[in-house]
Design a protein around this ligand. Sequence first.
Ligand code: FE
Length: 171
Amino acid sequence: NRSHPHHPSMINPAVMPDQVAALVLQAIPDDERLWVPQAPQIHFRPILFNTSHGYWINLLRVQRSGQLNRHLHPAPVFGYVIKGSWRYLEHDWLAREGGFVYEPPGEVHTLVVDDGVEEMITLFHVTGALIYMDENRKPIGYDDVHTKLQLARNHFEATGLGAKYADQFVR
Ligand code: FE
């Protein structure tokens, strides 16, 4: 039956009927409005929000030196350093431009950008959440794919792109 939408003759061999759309974009955008403020001089550039598997991919951009929030991830994080460098207060290694970082589930760490680093940009693939902790390892807040998506929607709405602009990153 050639009229059936799932008949093989109707199927693009590269795209199955129920497959979600590919996502291809310029990671570092030309438009500054695509950088969503997270804290003073800290932005993230949304790349992918997976709301069914609970992960997101974004660029983190830090344009100041000093410490960021101490946090824990209950699930793994992968990072690739695009620009600048950073480290964790709890470790003696330095993540440099071109470097790869794997953060194991359950680790508490505090990101530090050292003096002299004007800007760092790192691609992070985060599953689950960042659970922010105080100095006594007491949870004081969190971010997950839903809070990040909401931050992006609020920012895009405020900058005139419209809240729905964030939908293109959802898979
Ligand atoms: Fe982390």
